[in-house]
Ligand binder design. Structure first.
Ligand code: ADP
Length: 438
């Protein structure tokens, strides 16, 4: 007989009743099994119901309809062999590291000796020796999350659930801790059989998981479940990892632009982040290049424009992305569009800028989203959310600001700051308010 899954949900729906009396449909017809030996990622944009799904599967909350099972039997209360690591660490500030970990063990009612042994073992495993008596406020984010992980593994769960465990940490700390958690599991240093984690970071899902459940939003539904057999250790730069990352990227972007759009070229181009440079900085850079006869050394350029090297490079990268310059070796050289841009009057410049924007995948995606909407407008929050998932390593707010700056200049779209709404400029009047009014 097959062993029943550790946790399972069948045709689960979840609706929340909002204070206004309206119902929010969060999960729709979700069926999912967590079997022994799996690391499963729940991947999707924020608001797609990932946390809700995890909470239902572990018995923290009840579904509106559908079945939730543990080892093949209906689940009542909290899953007996699951534990959770939370994004915000969920530590008690008045308890020490050791006491916070011990708290997780209390309900197991273990003999005192066994309890202390387990605490010592997990403290050693996650590298918290020396911090046993520290209070959470004395710890960095990474160390706090180590406490969260230690508390969750001290109970020796069969299913370790993690709700965006690394998203509150800086990039390097997250990378380090992610690899450590993977090793705890790979090296069988803990008795956890399976891991289920929530993330909106495609790379994190590809790095850790053997199965990736991609969720779409409004309401949250499973878009696809992908198997990831790439052997560990996974190198994020390897072709196999890159191919899977691109595939997921494509699945998510295709959901933003529906299939009716003309067939894409054989390999979808990746979505490029926009370097944070303003249009006037880019124009200024082009003028400096021109005044140097069309070619200038990038280090010279930095001195010329009185910016540090990093900021100079950002403007250079922006101009290069727009195909206004080329950067062979350490030179910055005009391209034909760059020359033409600088020669043009204000309207010709805008037109050329717009043409360059049209070749950028990010602008194509936003245009696609705008076209899809009946009123040809989009709330800023929705766009920012998509940016966060398409480019998880970028700051979505800053990216949005650059997108708006460039898009407005190229008259690619308009933006009403009062209403925080992006709109396609389809009228003479050109203002969102005017269009709304009539
Ligand atoms: P994710 O983890 O993918 O970001 P969540 O599961 O946290 O998504 O939330 C999905 C949606 O459900 C969001 O719109 C959120 O505001 C809403 N939601 C979550 N919990 C509640 C609740 N207790 N009451 C009302 N709405 C909720």
């Amino acid at each position: 007989m097959n062993t029943p899954p550790i946790a399972e949900m069948r045709h689960v729906h979840k609706r929340f009743l909002l204070p206004t009396g309206a119902e929010l449909n969060v999960l729709e017809d979700i069926s999912l099994e967590i079997n022994a030996g799996e690391i499963i990622a729940l991947l999707g944009p924020s608001g797609s119901g990932k946390s809700t799904l995890m909470r239902i599967l572990t018995g923290l909350i009840q579904p509106t309809s559908g079945e939730v099972l543990a080892y093949g039997a209906p689940l009542h209360g909290f899953h007996p062999r699951a534990s959770i690591v939370f994004q915000n660490f969920a530590l008690y500030p008045w308890l020490t590291v050791k006491q916070n970990i011990a708290l997780g063990l209390e309900w197991l009612k273990l003999p005192a000796e066994e309890s202390s042994l387990r605490i010592r073992t997990v403290i050693d495993m996650v590298g918290l020796e020396g911090f046993e008596e520290a209070y959470p406020k004395e710890l960095s984010g990474g160390m706090k999350q180590r406490v969260g992980i230690a508390r969750a593994i001290a109970v020796q769960p069969e299913l370790l659930c993690m709700d965006e465990p690394f998203s509150a940490l800086d990039v390097l700390t997250a990378e380090n801790l992610r690899a450590e958690v993977l090793h705890l599991w790979l090296d069988r240093r803990v008795e956890i059989t399976s891991v289920l984690f929530v993330t909106h970071d495609i790379r994190e899902a590809v790095f850790l998981a053997n199965r990736i459940v991609v969720l779409g939003s409004n309401p949250g539904a499973i878009r696809i479940i992908l198997t990831n057999d790439i052997p560990h250790p996974r190198d994020l730069r390897s072709p196999a990892v890159q191919a899977l990352t691109d595939r997921i990227h494509d699945i998510i972007t295709r959901a933003i632009i529906p299939d009716e759009t003309p067939p894409a070229p054989a390999l979808p181009r990746p979505v490029e982040p926009l370097p944070q440079a303003t249009v006037s900085e880019i124009t200024g850079l082009l003028s400096v290049v021109e005044s140097h006869g069309g070619t200038v050394d990038v280090f010279d350029l930095s001195a010329r424009i009185g910016k540090d090297f990093g900021s100079t490079l950002t403007v250079v990268k922006a101009a290069e992305l727009l195909d206004f310059i080329d950067t062979p070796k350490q030179d910055v050289v005009f391209t034909e569009p760059g020359r033409e841009f600088l020669r043009g009057d204000v309207n010709q410049r805008k037109e050329l800028f717009r043409k360059q924007l049209m070749s950028l995948r990010l602008f194509q995606l936003v245009a696609g989203m705008l076209q899809k909407k009946e009123d040809k407008s989009l709330e800023a929050d929705i766009v920012i959310e998509q940016l966060a998932i398409l480019l998880p390593n970028e700051d979505p707010q800053l990216l949005f600001a650059t997108l708006v700056g460039w898009g407005r200049y190229g008259e690619f779209f308009g933006y009403s700051a009062d209403e925080s709404v992006l709109y396609l400029d389809t009228t003479e009047a050109g203002s969102f308010a005017a269009r709304r009014g009539g």
